[in-house]
Ligand binder design. Sequence first.
Ligand code: GLY
Ligand code: MN
Ligand code: MN
Length: 464
Amino acid sequence: MNPLFETKIYTNRREKLTAAVGHGIAVFLGNHEASMNYPANTYNFRQDSDFLYFFGLSIADIAAVIDFDAHRSIIFGNNFGIDDIIWMGDQPTIASLAEKVGVTETHPFSKLADYIQQAQQQGRKVHFTPPYRGENQIQLSNLTGINVNVIREEASLELIKGIVSLRSAKEPCEIEEMDKACDIGVKMHTAVMRRCHNGESERELAGIAEGIALSFGNGISFPVILSQHGETLHNHLHNGILKTGNMLLMDAGAEGLMNYCSDYTRTLPIDGKFTTKQQEIYEIVLKANLDAIDAAQPGMYNKNLHRLSCEVIAQGLKDLGLMKGDVKEAVELGAHALFMVHGLGHQIGLDVHDMEGLGQIHVGYDETVRPSNIFGWASLRMARELKPGFVVSIEPGIYFIPHLIDIWKKEKKFEQYINYDIVEQYRSFGGIRIEDDLLITENGHRVLGPHLPKTVQELAEIIG
Ligand code: GLY
Ligand code: MN
Ligand code: MN
């Protein structure tokens, strides 16, 4: 069995959710095994994060109900039979597992349909989160009678908001787990830094990082991004050989043994030394990362941290001649987004983009801050006010994306803020991103995990 927090952590969370939602029943479907290429050949099992949060158990084919009216929690699942035990060894009963998370009522899986039907007949609301896996969409459709094509839209906003209000502020036991995930993430990155030399294979380095994630935890928190083409934001192709003069961007993190995640990006000069042009851009991104971290505290809107880092980027690019005009105005209108195309970051927790499956609009926004539709600003996943216990990524970047440069230049877009002639000189520059994981504390912030080298000098030393 997977490690668990002490029982009262789970009972407290369910009580708080009951207080937040108040009526009806909530159905939590756990995940099933997912087949790779034939039914019995499955990916590593990953439990649903809401299920983990409220019920802890990382086993396939179970479900749970919180009955908000009756103040009851029930786990539905079948005990393993001899056919499973032959292949998997002795297995605990569902009842004994449920007890570890404070649930004393368990039933065979088939009873879940009856429970839901009864609630529906009583006119009680059946709450569920938007199912993101095909099997669970079909299963939930069968259980509720809601057409599978609209099952995601029928998810309960009250439940989503209740979950977001709980999961956003991490408890001390969760922060400990996130520090462990960060520790593994730092091991992954430092191992790659030490091998960041001319002639090394991208594939081998990506494998080293993924191997470390598996050696110390549950594996990677998302597929490793490792590339000498940092301007391609999520580049999973690892077929290059490292070449002196290039930069290597690695965006990778680990999932710890209790499924909490880390997420780091470093951009490394191959053989340890940036060219002058690379170092000039690197120092701007580093300042955007450090200034956003310095300013982070409770009460600050993450949208304003994003603005701050974009202004650092625009000012730095103006100093180098790539941008011009009023920096604040340029950022407000979105001119900086030719270079910083994405948002400053996202929440991190049991998911690397924490709770994203519940809908970004509910996780990163609220009634006081609404999404923008301006390119660049529109990619900001987390805009709302930071509170103690929140964990967010701080990941500014500067990218030179030739296709995007061509389109904007042709449209003469933001010509009053962008010197396209100078930008052309950076066409094949690539991209730089620097990402850390930040806990918001009562009085300020703490960068999670051990320090991961990021100044020019620190990188030169570790790469050697
Ligand atoms: N998963 C990539 C990132 O958000 O950093
Ligand atoms: Mn990342
Ligand atoms: Mn990230």
